[in-house]
Design a protein around this ligand. Structure first.
Ligand SMILES: [Zn+2]
Length: 198
């Protein structure tokens, strides 16, 4: 399994392309620069199979409709954020809460982690967790936006804190880096620490 990070757009959004040994690939939050995403897929000879959104905020979905249409692949979003994304409903496949997918050889486990938005999810593939705007290095995502809920965020963070410490995290933006581990965040992330005591 291979993980490629592309940091794209004005808000340093992280698009992740995860591929298996047969070159099947999934795209997490493909946004902003479709050209960069396509170039990587072509260079690596990857076959895009599906899109997964960590949530529906515009900076995670901007121009994603072009990718979905071009490759004619399913795009999965938790139903709480389908409308928020403003992507045409016929291009989206919604699901509710936790969910499992198998794409090629990739076992994809969706953990519903509301708080930043109602439909926010973290995407677990093996020991890797793609956290969107739920968990960042040393902080968590904003909870003062329409659709945010600080109480739900606390619960979601608590849930993440119970994952194996070695779990690698890959965040939705490059804010002082985009990679960490649950173990590291348990030491350095005030929000995660607070959530555990609740
Ligand atoms: Zn967001």
């Amino acid at each position: 399994m291979k993980i490629k990070t592309l940091v794209l757009g004005l808000m340093a959004n992280c698009c992740y392309i995860i591929s298996d040994e047969d070159n099947n690939a999934i795209l997490i939050d493909p946004a902003w620069s479709i050209k960069d995403i396509e170039t990587y897929l072509k260079t690596e000879n990857l076959i895009p199979k599906a899109v997964f959104f960590t949530h529906g905020h515009f900076d995670h979905v901007k121009r994603a409709d072009a990718i979905i249409k071009k490759f004619k692949i399913p795009a999965y979003i938790e139903e709480g954020d389908a409308k928020v994304s403003e992507i045409s409903a016929n291009l989206l496949e919604t699901y509710k809460g936790d969910k499992k997918f198998k794409i090629g050889k990739l076992n994809i486990e969706i953990l519903h982690t509301p708080g930043h938005s109602e439909g926010s999810v973290c995407i677990k593939i093996g020991d890797n967790l793609f956290t969107g705007d739920t968990l960042f290095k040393t902080v968590c995502g904003r909870t003062d936006l329409p659709g945010s809920d600080p109480k739900k965020m606390q619960k979601s963070l608590k849930r993440l804190s119970q994952l194996p410490p070695k779990t690698k995290i890959f965040t939705g933006h490059e804010y002082n880096g985009y990679e960490s581990t649950i173990e590291e965040e348990l030491k350095t992330n005030h929000f995660l620490k607070m959530a555990i005591t609740q």
